[in-house]
Design a protein around this ligand. Sequence first.
Ligand SMILES: [Zn+2]
Length: 420
Amino acid sequence: MPRRAFRIFAELEGMYRNMVEQLVLYAVNNGVTKFTRLKAERYREVRSLYPQLPSHYSYTACQDAAERAHSFLRMKKMGRARKAYPEVRNVSIWLDDRLWRAEGLTSISLATHRGRVRVSVELNKHYLRYVNRGWRLTSGARVKLDHRDRRLILYLTFRKEVSEYRPKGYITVDVNEDAEAALIDGLVYLFETDLSRITLGYYYRRKRVQERYDKVYGPGSRPARRIFKRLSNKERTLKKEIRWKLATLIVREAARRQAAIVLERLGKEPAKNMMERIKDPQLRYRIFQAAFKGMQRAVEEKAREYGVPVIYVDPRNTSKICPIHGAEIVYGRNRHGICSKGGETWHRDVVACYNLLLRALDGDGGPAPSRQRALAPVDGGPVPLGPTATHEPTGVPRALWARWRSLGATSAHKLMRVSV
Ligand SMILES: [Zn+2]
């Protein structure tokens, strides 16, 4: 943007930030997490702060602040807030239908304290993809200032009217630290993600860098910080790529079969017993975010894009109970266990995937396949997939699935069977 026009937005950002800061302070002090209450109690106050600003900015600042206060108070309750008050560090200005409008596909106009300003826009691939899938823009948007390149970044929200999607089946997804298991057409695929290994690897690399640089430059030196930043960026990019690719693969398979996706309803804290060995709580939290929350969020977002419904089921004991006999499965040291009633062997992730399916089937009486059909004998045994093949998932290394566009690209029998 031209310097002069950009300055207007820099001023606007300053005023908006100030409003949000004051509102957040008030909200946290008074335990306000609802926009309506914050607006009722503070709108007049912030409105009088900057009378030259279009009034709707006070309105959206209340929404922004209420959301910040809400998530801060929740973090605080969980004991993860480091400070007494949330810092308003990154600001993106919330807009509503009065504050911005699109003028064709090439420019938008924004209301500012200096009147309406017209800005030309450059659309990206992501935008076009949504528009091509029949999504429509909503009035809610956010704008962020990129001071270095003197441009505005506009975040848009899309909406789509969907016809009722009656799932003809389910794809269940069980996430663990280093792989994601998915039950598709009666086969359990184990897609390796290596997420915890990547998180741990970068953690130790950063630690080594810190030790080496602290000795030479003293703690918190600039060169060390620079390397930290580069490592973090690399780590983030890699994880993001893994998440999106796998989510796309799974959601596409669901859309093709008109199936719903079944996910575990996650608790708030990393509860998987496998992670107990990691003592550092911050590290554990990061692995949890990367592997569970991050994977789930990627699947959720892709599913929204494709209009695939997501069903959540209770994750308790999903890998402990035999899906056929309902008896406890006794695990040894690896991921294989033996059913205490039937004596058959199970792989942990296969058990989890089938139990998620059973819970999803119990949960609704829709036209989707029934529990009976899911457990009908296939080749002799009363086992979902027949007596021999069932208990072992089909392991798919990351190097392999990362190149797939669909499951049909490689038939399952060509894959090696690996146990993790
Ligand atoms: Zn059994």
